[in-house]
Ligand binder design. Structure first.
Ligand SMILES: [Zn+2]
Length: 503
């Protein structure tokens, strides 16, 4: 692969007060950062990029994402998670995608991320109604073609709908209860053989840019046996393990009602499955004991503040997690619950929302903390040494920002302006593994215009099927609403939303 030399460029450096180095030269070779010095001579055949007036920083890392709904941005109103999921991912055959559809929707996300400077993603991809090797291949192929770095998991519940939620069983009429009591579309044996396919065919593909991860979706959405087997898979191949935990009040209530008073974090701990490979997603309704268990296990937390606000889930305990040494990365969650796939807006919300949690303003997040969460903590979550840093030997996943663009004029404080002013419009170049994949707001790896026009036409044709699915799921809405109300009335000793009596 041709090397690249960035000359006279400011380097992102959170350890310096201004957040960046004096002008430097940085050499990329064999997909990695090879050399950094005050002056370097170009080698034969090397691409030379003038970095005058520019900032070179690590590409942003989308630490949690579900690409399966990239085509559904803006489709649903703001709803609580349990009602939202009723419409988001029903196991209906009418929604079964073709491989081309899965490819197109994945590519929509890749284009949006690469253009705005997100170079890596942890795709906790779910499959409606169930995964197949062809659809897995289509998703992975889109990542290969786009040039993005990805960890790809199969986020597939394996127990019945009734086992995943509190109260619902008792609220349903007999015929509906019977229908919802049947197990999920794919049993554990089938899911494990699909993991075999994912790992054999794709783990380490595209020179290591594409790698597998493991997902249980959430502890209450799988049987303990399957949960243990997934952990074993994660251990054997050293794969990140994704698990949504305590995203909502209802999930906290689930522990009281269905797990004998144990939280989902405690339940996972009791199974012996909390580990440093685990990415605990959301972790909003945690108590102090849960935080200690996460800290002791060395688990990561993936924080998705835009999604948490869009779905009314609550506010995570940012400062408490940092105080306990729990690493926190940032994520979009998904294009139906953010609904932009833009890590800059995620950073801005993360930096802003946690000011509400403490009267003591010295406990509020700093811009540096938020930037570290979106870069090096993401690399740690992905289990990729050096990813998200500009260290020598780190993967060359880099973005070049124009310091003469409006978010930085005048330049008062780089870290704060990156977090609070920038939305991706100043990104002039995106590089992944040493290859330039986007330039001046256009993806260089695929025919963006042709893909967007094909996707617009394709998904316009899918609207009828999606409307049909909505209408079918709406029949269940009264029962889900009752379940949600019961969870709201259940007494809890913790609160993660604004108290309503302060109106
Ligand atoms: Zn999620």
């Amino acid at each position: 692969m041709t090397g690249t030399l960035f000359r006279n460029v400011r380097l992102f450096d959170l350890d310096t007060p201004g957040g960046m180095s004096p002008r430097r030269d940085l050499r990329v070779a064999n997909g990695h950062i090879a050399e950094i010095a005050s002056a370097l001579e170009p080698g034969a055949g090397e691409i030379v990029i003038d970095g005058n007036g520019k900032l070179l920083m690590p590409g942003l890392i989308n630490g949690h994402f579900h690409s399966a709904v990239n085509h559904m941005k803006g489709r649903l109103p703001s709803l609580p998670l349990e009602v939202f999921m009723l419409y988001e991912c029903p196991e209906l055959d009418v929604l079964r995608p073709t491989p081309r559809e899965a490819y197109l929707r994945t590519m929509l996300g890749c284009i949006e991320m690469l253009r705005s400077g997100t170079t890596s993603v942890q795709d906790d991809c779910f499959f409606v109604p169930a995964p197949t090797p062809e659809i897995i291949d289509a998703v992975a192929q889109a990542y290969e073609d786009s040039g993005m770095r990805v960890r790809l998991a199969l986020d597939q519940p394996e127990v019945s709908e009734l086992d995943k939620l509190p109260f619902l069983r008792d609220l349903l009429p007999e015929d509906v209860r019977r229908a919802l009591a049947k197990p999920a579309g794919a049993p554990a044996t089938e899911l494990l053989s699909l993991y075999d396919h994912l790992i054999t065919r794709w783990h380490g593909a595209a020179d290591g840019r594409i790698k597998a991860a493991v997902s249980c979706s959430a502890p209450q959405r799988v049987s303990p046996d399957y949960f243990v087997q997934l952990d074993d898979l994660s251990l054997r191949h050293d794969l990140p393990f994704y698990a949504h935990m305590l995203e909502t009040r209802l999930q906290r209530v689930f522990g009281d009602v269905c797990l004998g008073g144990r939280s989902l974090v405690r339940y996972t701990h009791d199974l012996g499955l909390l580990s440093e490979r685990m990415n605990v997603i959301h972790a909003i309704w945690v108590d102090d004991t849960d935080l200690d268990l996460l800290a002791d296990a060395g688990a990561m937390v993936a924080h998705n503040p835009n999604s948490n606000l869009r779905l009314g889930s609550g506010v995570m305990r940012w400062r408490d997690m940092h105080d306990k040494g729990i690493p926190v990365c940032l994520g979009v969650d998904e294009a139906i619950a953010d609904d932009a796939i833009n890590m800059w807006s995620v950073m801005k919300t993360a930096a802003s929302i946690h000011t509400l949690s403490h009267w003591d303003y010295e406990l509020w997040p700093s811009a540096q903390e938020v930037l570290r969460a979106a870069t090096q903590a993401g690399g740690r979550a992905m289990r990729e040494p050096g990813l998200g840093t500009l260290c020598r030997g780190a993967p060359a996943d880099l973005i070049l920002l124009d310091l003469n663009a409006l978010p930085f004029v005048p330049l008062n404080n780089l870290p704060r302006q990156l977090v609070h002013c920038e939305l991706g419009q100043s990104v002039r170049m995106t590089m992944v593994a040493g290859r330039i994949v986007a330039r001046d707001g256009q993806v260089a790896t695929v025919d963006e215009a042709a893909l967007l026009s094909e996707a617009a036409a394709f998904f316009a044709g899918k609207q009828k099927a999606m409307d049909l699915a909505d209408a079918r799921m709406a029949q269940l809405l009264p029962y889900y609403r009752d379940m949600y109300e019961l969870a709201g009335q259940h007494n809890l000793s913790l609160e993660r939303r604004l108290p309503e009596n302060l109106r």
